[in-house]
Design a protein around this ligand. Structure first.
Ligand SMILES: Cc1cc2nc3c(=O)[nH]c(=O)nc-3n(C[C@H](O)[C@H](O)[C@H](O)COP(=O)(O)O)c2cc1C
Length: 434
């Protein structure tokens, strides 16, 4: 009989019974507020910071299963962050080969509470790599992927999907049924199709999410269109989901899920402290976060925007944040915030406009941001980020970035930034020129 008391008489180690679905959800404390997976942006430092402000489930950025398996040591060093304090946390992988995904997931399962499969990436690089949202119509393959991971892992497998198409929601439901039957423990639905990205971003379809929630026997997470705490509560109420996931709303306001108003200056300073404690493996992440949190003010204080663009050390980041604090004060919400950069005139979803005009920063000349020439913001985006990008495959994108960016640092416009095209982002302020 094999070694420890957990052994079967035939010597096979006995596997601990794996919790699934709602039993698993209970075991991780029935989280309500979720930080979305974001390449380069849901790094450990940001995960820990958002936890302090109400997030109770985090996701890692998407990891590429094949690249991970090909060179685990190098890939881990460059992309992988875990910490026992970051619990519960789901590690996300992309890929199209069940065995490769399983091999990659097995190297990570001990560090995380579940393994998530990315079925939402809408970018061309995912199309070329055959992963993300480009698998949404391949139900057979997805069933095999989920059941392989379900059988082979000691932790649950979860899926993050988008609406399969805009004309027949039954296709999305059928996919969700298939995933559930194959062993998926939690499903997250982003209420948009893969075509609804960038400037084609539409309001997220909460009605679809509500229908899905009504049909599933496993926990459902809603994603899309949450930019305020009121939105989050409204989405919970309207859809009946188990939890709400936010990406860009949290980038703009890491305290979104707390329901409290925290000044951008405090948030920026706090993030720098977290980043010092948990230095991101992707160095550009720090700058990128600061650009997003400080977005409305940086549109006015363009000298500080340039200074932040040139900053590389924590001391330099702090100097910019301190200078910004001394020039402007106020809560973070504003019509000019990051989340709304392409939809400034769109009415609020929840009725509670995130705008707080007291926060509209005052320029050197004394004019409010709203009074700045309209063309300025446009020019700013061109200056700062250039083109809208495709993204996803971290290493490939990094190679690309080295080819295309004059600077040796990975150009976020060509890495995680590209992901934000889901929500309409251009390469952006986040350090595209770093
Ligand atoms: C910078 C950035 C990186 C992203 N990276 C990922 C990722 O790695 N995996 C994933 O499933 N979705 C990724 N997404 C999509 C988000 O998780 C989320 O589905 C999308 O932004 C919609 O949510 P929101 O309306 O709250 O922003 C990314 C989004 C952004 C903005």
């Amino acid at each position: 009989m094999g070694g420890d008391g957990d052994g079967h008489p035939d010597g096979e180690p006995k596997r601990k019974e794996k919790l699934e679905g709602f039993a698993f959800w209970e075991s991780i404390g029935r989280p309500k507020f979720v930080l979305a997976p974001m390449v380069d942006q849901s790094e450990l430092a940001f995960r820990m910071m958002t936890r302090k402000h109400g997030v109770n489930l985090t996701y890692t950025p998407m990891l590429h299963s094949r690249l991970f398996v090909e060179n685990p040591k190098k890939y881990k060093k460059e992309n992988y962050e875990s910490d026992p304090a970051d619990k519960p946390c789901f590690v996300q992988f992309c890929g199209d080969d069940p065995e490769t995904l399983l091999a990659a997931a097995k190297m990570a399962e001990k560090d995380f509470d579940a393994v998530d499969i990315n079925l939402g990436c809408p970018q061309n690089i995912a199309k070329r790599g055959h992963y993300g949202a480009f698998l949404l119509e391949e139900n057979d393959l997805l069933r095999r992927i989920v059941s392989t991971l379900h059988d082979g892992l000691s932790c649950p497998v979860t899926c993050k999907i988008r609406k399969v198409n805009s004309h027949n929601f039954q296709d999305t439901l059928n996919l969700a049924y298939d995933l559930q039957a194959a062993g998926c423990s939690v499903i997250c639905l982003h209420g948009r199709t893969k075509e609804e990205k960038g400037h084609h971003t539409r309001i997220a379809d909460w009605e679809a999410i509500k229908i899905l929630k009504g049909r599933m026997d496993i926990p459902v997470i809603a994603n899309g269109g949450v930019e305020t705490y009121d939105d989050a509560i409204k989405c919970l109420e309207q859809t009946g989901v188990d939890a709400i996931m936010s990406a860009e709303g949290l980038l703009e306001n890491p305290a979104l899920f707390s329901g409290n108003t925290v000044s951008v200056d405090d948030l920026a300073a706090e993030y720098i402290t977290f980043a010092e404690k948990y230095p991101p493996v992707q160095k550009g992440a720090v700058k990128s976060h600061l650009f997003r949190m400080l977005h409305p003010k940086l549109q006015v204080h363009t000298d500080l925007r340039a200074k932040l663009g040139k900053s590389h050390s924590f001391a330099e980041y702090k100097a910019v944040a301190d200078e910004m604090r001394s020039r402007t004060m106020g809560p973070h919400h504003s019509q000019t915030g990051w989340y709304r950069r392409y939809r400034k005139n769109e009415p609020p979803r929840s009725g509670s406009r995130p705008t707080d005009h007291s926060s509209v920063p005052v320029s050197h000349a004394g004019a409010s941001a709203a009074e700045q020439p309209q063309g300025r913001a446009e020019a700013t985006e061109e200056e700062e980020g250039g083109e809208e990008e495709e993204g996803g495959d971290v290493s490939t994108v990094e190679r690309e970035s080295k080819r295309r960016c004059p600077d040796p640092n990975p150009c976020l416009a060509q890495r995680g930034e590209a992901w934000a095209a889901e929500g309409g982002e251009r390469g952006g302020e986040s350090g595209g020129k770093t």
